[in-house]
Design a protein around this ligand. Structure first.
Ligand code: ADP
Length: 505
């Protein structure tokens, strides 16, 4: 339990869990836009509020500017009638109070004619904004840090010739307190809303990440609960396409493992049986000798010969088994050398001719061309010997065996055809299986172990070659072996083996 929790915590921290990634993804995708929207809305509001406030103040200042013009405020250099002055001052004070700011009227000589704060009157102001305003471009500057909006408003006089001249500039700074307090209220509301949304997204992320990952957890639980190979049930989690694929792949592996396990068991049973048979015969022969203390020497001799032949048979089975096991150990690889296939075939046929002669079987070798190939000489010898030996063994008396050798630019082909018993069609798919014999008693009689073709096929496949068979019962068989002239090295690592020497097709 603790271990499971620790594993989950570890995978969460290291982001190795799909659930963690989905959780974080939903969280980021949900929360980020929410925060961005809040910031954007508030910023936009501030911008618009500043714009609106500036426009309102600017309009009012323009009205005041017109009043100043009509009252000849600038012509008389501020010496207007006391009544007008009070009225204009009242207007300026009102603006200044209304917007918690300061208004200064600056003439073309950059001299402050009026300051609602009353501290800069008569002083000269050199400000970029003011100069630019005299040149015709108004400006609005928002200083968020110090909390004010500064704007310049021109007082424009139109002469008799219709020409407009900026005769003064009103430099106004107004507080942004109002905007800030509205912003703060908005911010508080937005924050509460945002917190609520984040909470919802958090819950959604937890629930969704759990739901989305559930089929994968179901797959791993199903895999964990697979029983023994004997009574396994194919697992099924029909949710996502991905889980279906994983489950399918797992079921295929399981099926293959079951096949391998079955074949291993069958192999062990076959080996035990095959090895036991000669031993049983030896025991029966020895027991019957022991049961007859006065048995004649001839009988002893006869029984001993039988015992020796049974031991030879046992020996043959063990040798074949060892050859199979060695073939299966791909890690050992092949001992590749350049071999003259014509000479090798001749040599093999020379060795087998005495057996053929015993059955009066004619062995013919027909070579279309000289063939030199990169092969494992010992293993290819096994292949050819097994095929020609079978062609002789399972032949009729006075029959014939024909060995044909040919090659193209890529492969060489050896065809071993005989005029023998042939192989029934239903037996053909099993012919390369270990210990498979068409006629068990006949094969045993003639010294077969049922391993020859399994060894042959294993050796051919190790050379990246192929073997095929055509046969007609009572007419004869033809085994054809095709092997690349140049050895193709194994690029993959050692293939899966069931450890029993079975050659996977
Ligand atoms: P064995 O050692 O019994 O010969 P093999 O694996 O070489 O084992 O052959 C398997 C079986 O295939 C043999 O028992 C035999 O029945 C059949 N067989 C193989 N080659 C031939 C052939 N040329 N003609 C007829 N039957 C054959």
């Amino acid at each position: 339990m603790l271990r499971t929790i620790w594993t989950r915590v570890k995978s969460f921290v290291t982001l190795r869990s799909l659930q963690t990634r989905i959780f974080l993804l939903i969280l980021v995708v949900g929360i980020l836009p929410c925060i961005l929207a809040r910031v954007a809305i508030l910023n936009n509001y501030e911008e618009r509020a500043v714009e609106q406030r500036s426009a309102t103040v600017s309009n009012q200042l323009m009205i005041v500017g017109n009043h100043l013009l009509t009252n000849n405020y600038f012509i008389d250099n501020g010496n207007i009638s006391a009544v007008s002055k009070v009225a204009i001052n009242a207007e300026l004070e009102m603006i200044s109070n209304l917007y918690a700011g300061r208004v200064m009227i600056i003439n073309r000589g950059l001299k402050v004619m009026k300051d609602t704060y009353g501290i800069s009157e008569g002083k000269t102001i050199i400000s970029e904004e003011v100069i630019r305003c005299f040149q015709g471009s108004n400006s609005t500057r928002y200083d968020r840090e110090n909390g004010f909006i500064e704007l310049t408003t021109p007082v424009v006089s139109t002469g008799a010739d219709g020409k407009s001249t900026v005769i003064a500039v009103m430099l106004t700074s107004i507080s942004n307190d109002n905007i800030v307090s509205t912003m703060e209220a908005l911010q508080r509301k937005a924050q509460v809303l945002e917190n609520l949304i984040i909470l919802c997204i958090l819950v959604l992320a937890i629930v969704l990440s759990e739901i989305l990952v559930r089929p994968f957890n179901q797959v791993s639980n199903a895999i964990m609960n697979v029983g023994t190979l004997e009574n396994y049930e194919p697992i099924s989690v029909p949710d996502y396409v991905e889980t279906v694929h994983i489950v399918d792949a797992f079921n295929r592996i399981l099926k293959r493992m079951k096949r391998l396990d079955d074949s291993r068991q069958e192999f062990v049973a076959n080996v035990s049986h095959e090895l036991k048979t000669p031993m049983t015969s030896v025991k029966v022969l020895a027991d019957s000798l022991l049961a007859q203390p006065d048995a004649p020497a001839e009988l002893y001799r006869e029984f001993m010969e039988d015992i020796v032949s049974e031991i030879d048979r046992e020996n043959r089975i063990i040798t074949d088994l060892l050859a199979l096991v060695r073939l299966d150990k791909k890690a050992n690889g092949l001992n590749i050398s350049v071999v003259n296939i014509n000479e090798l075939t001749e040599l093999i046929l020379k060795r087998l001719r005495p057996i053929a002669r015993k059955k009066d079987v004619e062995v013919v070798f027909e070579s279309m061309r000289q063939v030199v190939a990169e092969v494992d000489e010992v293993k290819l010898t096994l292949v050819l010997t097994n095929l020609v030996e079978n062609a002789i063994k399972y032949n009729k008396d006075h029959g014939s065996v024909r060995v044909e050798l040919d090659a193209d630019h890529q492969f060489f082909t050896v065809k071993v055809s005989d005029s023998g018993l042939g192989i029934p069609e239903e037996a053909m798919p099993h012919i390369y299986e270990r210990f498979y014999r068409v006629d068990k008693s006949h094969s045993r009689e003639i010294g077969g172990t049922g391993l020859g073709l399994a060894i042959t096929k294993g050796a051919v496949l190790a050379h990246k070659g192929s073997i095929s068979l055509t046969s007609e019962e009572g007419v004869g068989s033809c085994f054809s072996v095709k092997i690349p002239l140049n050895y193709i090295p194994d690029t993959t690592s050692a293939g899966a083996s069931d450890g029993t020497g079975k050659v996977e097709e």
